[in-house]
Design a protein around this ligand. Structure first.
Ligand SMILES: [Zn+2]
Length: 398
């Protein structure tokens, strides 16, 4: 069966190669994993086994390392669930597409909906965690609070499962609000921090079409990577089928990531494959292109999703917080306006009142004189025309 498929793929590739359509060839070679009943499914092309201790922090949005993906490979990640009304729909879409994904669960959600956790395992997805309460100020929490949030989140997910080892040592920081304290402690525990390579703004108040467009634009710009989505969002439920369809059309592959265990060794990789940035980014500082320095450069570089209001009705705010610039920065940045820019009519009137009386009258008097002279010339011209007509009429009578 597989052999037949590979032969078919090979012939297809030859045809595409003749036409020079390499991306099309890649698309033809994708469905190595069968998806019964869904011939158009994108499927899952491979499973990547990673060792969290060897690579404790990944995701080019924040770290120098990311997953060692090949060109046109994407890992789907979903945060903040389970929330049955939307998470279940996401699971159905993934099942119909035979896609395996990586989930980062909020502990209190796992406690509230344990069936949602066990479904993930039954469907073959990977479970990571995302704290117990999704605190908004995770980067400012003291270490004891960080430990409590992380440990409770893991315990809540484990409580819904028959085997606690089914929870992977994968962790996503709430709102990506990292701190060195958090990073060092998680690394010491062998827990891998997952940032992302791109998100799709599905926590913002935008349409599903915009989520789809932003996802595709950012994936295409980088060519591969970890996509951050939220399975609690209704707009993501609508956008996901479009994203998966378009990924397949454009020749992308879905990769599922699992942690290494004694029985399951890590996928062999080259250290260079883990680098977040292309070789040009590794040049000495003096040889790199200059980046503009903005006035708000000291502000947090990322607008990241803070805690969701899980009790809010659908369509209401989930990630409402937007950073504001301190006024002090604005005062430094703005130019000083010219002195006369805000001159008011009152000021102009006052200026007129202070000049000499004759200076105010003289222009008006000369204007009247000019007007009078014009009127006299017009009147004289009209008189001459009338006299000429009168003369002409008299001549005709004679
Ligand atoms: Zn989150």
């Amino acid at each position: 069966m597989v052999g037949k498929r590979l032969i078919g793929v090979g012939m297809g590739c030859w045809a595409f190669a003749i036409l020079g359509l390499i991306a099309g060839c890649r698309a033809q070679a994708t469905p190595l994993t069968a998806c019964p009943g869904h011939p158009d499914a994108i499927g899952t092309s491979r499973t990547l086994v990673v060792d969290p201790r060897a690579h404790p922090r990944i995701g080019s949005m924040q770290y120098p390392e990311t997953l060692p993906l090949h060109d046109h490979e994407v890992v789907l990640t979903f945060d903040d669930g389970p929330l049955p009304r939307n998470s279940d729909k996401i699971l159905k879409i993934l099942a119909d597409q035979c896609v395996k994904a990586n989930f980062f669960l909020v502990g209190r959600q796992s406690r509230a909906y344990p069936a949602g956790v066990s479904k993930l395992v039954a469907l073959g997805h990977t479970i990571g965690t995302h704290t117990q309460n999704h605190p908004l100020n995770f980067e400012k929490l003291p270490l004891d609070k960080v430990k409590q949030e992380v440990d409770d989140g893991i315990a809540s997910a484990s409580a819904a499962l028959p085997d606690p080892t089914l929870v992977a040592p994968f962790f996503r920081v709430p709102g990506l609000l990292r701190s060195k304290t958090v990073e060092d402690w998680l690394a010491s525990k062998g827990i891998q921090i997952w940032s992302a390579d791109f998100d799709a703004d599905d926590w913002r108040h935008i349409s599903p079409e915009q989520v789809y467009e932003r996802a595709m634009k950012r994936i295409e710009a980088r060519g591969k990577g970890i996509l951050l989505l939220h399975d609690i969002q209704a707009r993501t439920v609508v956008a996901l089928p479009m994203i998966l369809h378009e990924l397949k059309v454009r020749g992308y592959h879905i990769v599922h990531v699992v942690p290494a265990t004694p029985q399951r060794p890590a996928t062999p990789t080259d250290p260079m494959e883990w680098r977040s940035h292309p070789p040009s980014a590794m040049l000495p500082v003096a040889e790199r292109p200059k980046l503009p320095v903005f006035a708000f450069g000291e502000a947090k570089g990322l607008v990241t999703p803070p805690s969701p209001d899980l009790n809010a009705p659908e369509g209401k705010t989930q990630w409402p917080q937007v950073a504001t610039l301190p006024l002090r920065s604005a005062a430094v940045t703005l130019p000083v306006p010219a002195k006369d820019l805000f001159e008011t009519p009152e000021q102009a009137r006052h200026a007129l009142q202070t000049v000499a009386p004759e200076a105010k009258v003289r222009p008006a008097a000369s204007a009247v004189r000019r007007l009078s002279a014009t009127a006299v010339r017009r009147r004289r011209r009209r008189h001459l025309v009338l006299r000429a007509k009168h003369t002409a009429v008299r001549g005709e009578r004679h």
